[in-house]
Design a binder for this molecule. Structure first.
Ligand SMILES: Cc1cc2nc3c(=O)[nH]c(=O)nc-3n(C[C@H](O)[C@H](O)[C@H](O)COP(=O)(O)OP(=O)(O)OC[C@H]3O[C@@H](n4cnc5c(N)ncnc54)[C@H](O)[C@@H]3O)c2cc1C
Length: 306
């Protein structure tokens, strides 16, 4: 990313919320469950499957965490009622991770049990490195309780990831592998673009060698090619891996994967806590500097003219 773009990205938190909301509309289904339902219907009609995320990492109270749990229960009921092909993704902070380990485990268990009773599946997103240990611990605890309908995410950028793959191997986890979006210090995370790519490939090789089901989550052409190469090399059938992409990002790449016969899952976030998620997506949009400049100019001239 050019220096100018990086400067704009650092300024994103200073951009007025309504501007952030407008710029990030394409990444979020909308505020309500019906918005997610419509997005998933469209996605399914295009031959893709989905994972629905109830936005909520900004919550600060037990009551809010309980509301997120209820929202997931509504999501499962809706998926079943409408015959949607979708599982869910959860952020442990939205289920109360920062409020207490036991509280979060109870909330996660409620969500996972509800999913299990309806034959559905829950994937725990991975957040910043302050949550990695707790997330992997909770994942193991729930799996050891017998909840097989639970997956996790690993971030290629973290130096620890290969070790984490080894440590999880006995559970044969279902893993979404992504680069990792959170800004982490060089001691714990690769900073260089090519180093992250190389680490992604190493982690993918290691997961496939361990017989794990992997969701290859990327919009990076080079990694998509490597992913295709590795699933062929490992002789995997269509049901033994999947590709994953985010709503609103490089849909044309998804078309290629679907035409080639790969399973593609689209991440569909919805809800009222849209701000933190939107900032992360905008920070990765290579055109963000141009959008913000255009919006700022538009507002300046709009005001002059009004
Ligand atoms: C399904 C899914 C789930 C994820 N879950 C997590 C998670 O749990 N934890 C986590 O830390 N990260 C998660 N991520 C984010 C991931 O870690 C990366 O930050 C993100 O996918 C961008 O990396 P990339 O591999 O697409 O490569 P990049 O090099 O960042 O992107 C490749 C190309 O895609 C395009 N692109 C990427 N992002 C955008 C955007 N926002 N707007 C417009 N164009 C864009 C650009 O053209 C870019 O050149 C997830 C990603 C996906 C696809």
């Amino acid at each position: 990313m050019a220096i100018f773009d990086r400067a704009i990205v650092r300024l994103l938190p200073a951009v007025p919320r309504p501007v952030v909301q407008k710029l990030s509309e394409r990444y979020i289904a909308g505020p309500e469950l019906k918005d997610a339902r419509e997005a998933v219907r469209r996605i399914n009609a295009e031959g893709r499957v989905a994972t629905i995320d109830v936005l909520g990492e900004e919550i600060t109270t037990e009551e809010e965490a309980a509301a997120i749990v209820r929202a997931y229960q509504d999501v499962f009921a809706d998926i079943e009622r409408c015959g949607l092909d979708s599982n869910v993704s959860v952020k442990l902070t939205a289920l109360g991770l920062k409020l207490g380990h036991d509280l979060c485990r109870d909330n996660l268990r409620t969500v996972v049990e509800d999913a299990g009773s309806r034959g559905n599946f829950v994937r725990i997103d991975m957040e910043d490195s302050s949550t990695t240990d707790d997330t992997l611990r909770l994942y193991r605890e729930l799996r050891e309780e017998g909840h097989v309908n639970l997956g996790v995410v690993l971030q290629a950028m973290l130096r620890r990831t290969l070790t984490d793959i080894d440590a999880l191997a006995d559970l044969k986890p279902s893993v979404r592998l992504c680069k990792g979006i959170y800004v982490e210090p060089p001691e714990i995370a690769y900073q260089d673009y090519e180093a992250v790519r190389a680490a992604f490939v190493r982690a993918l090789e290691s997961l496939l060698a361990a017989g794990c089901y992997v969701g290859i989550a990327t919009h990076d052409d080079w990694l998509l090619r490597e992913g295709r190469r590795l699933v062929v090399e490992h002789g995997l059938g269509r049901d033994e891996y999947e590709f994953q992409m985010l709503l609103g990002v490089r849909a044309e790449l998804g078309d290629e994967l679907v035409v080639e016969g790969h399973r593609l899952r689209i991440y569909v976030p919805f809800g009222r806590h849209w701000y933190a998620y939107s900032l992360r997506r905008l920070q990765e949009n290579p055109k963000i500097a141009g959008y913000i400049a255009a919006d700022t100019l538009g507002r300046l001239f709009g005001r002059n003219g009004a």
